[in-house]
Design a protein around this ligand. Structure first.
Ligand code: ZN
Length: 158
């Protein structure tokens, strides 16, 4: 282990870094670490990415006429992205065997009913994967919808 002084390419920050491992390759590895962004630049980059994702999700929500989310600015920005990702997953069901526009509408109605940003954040780990969507979907079908489902005759999911 040894300490090397490096100058980050990202912002010119001069830093001391520890380099481990074989002595003869340490300098080369120290040089390579200059090319990697420093922690501050990585954090800024993540913040910019998150901001862009939030703006994109907000724009899409506006285009789609989705309900406004409530919460702090930070909560809303985050929840917009979570909701947008969830809708994208749900829309992928459109190509699932047996899916009908009515099923997708049902799911989208439930997504739109959730307007508290905190709910999206609290439940982010369990946001619907396709199978969850289907479980919820199946449990909610009316007799009419079940008949419609059966009539499709090509359903492959249990
Ligand atoms: Zn930097």
């Amino acid at each position: 282990m040894a300490w090397y002084t490096i100058r980050r390419d990202c912002c010119g920050a001069v830093q001391r870094v520890q380099i481990y491992g074989p002595r003869d390759t340490r300098q080369a590895r120290a040089n390579r670490s200059e090319m990697r962004p420093c922690q501050t630049c990585r954090r800024e980059r993540r913040a910019v990415d998150a901001e862009q994702a939030a703006q994109q999700a907000a724009g899409q929500a506006e285009l789609d006429g989705l309900p406004t989310l409530t919460g702090t600015d930070r909560q809303v920005a985050w929840a917009l992205v979570l909701r947008d990702n969830t809708i994208t997953k749900v829309l992928s069901l459109a190509t699932a065997p047996g899916a009908t526009p009515a099923h997708l509408d049902w799911l989208l109605d439930r997504i739109c009913a959730r307007t508290d940003a905190a709910w999206w954040i609290d439940h982010r780990a369990g946001l619907p994967r396709d199978d969850h969507c289907w479980t919820a979907l199946r449990a909610s079908l009316t007799d009419e919808q079940k008949a419609e489902f059966a009539a499709l005759g090509k359903e492959s999911r249990p």
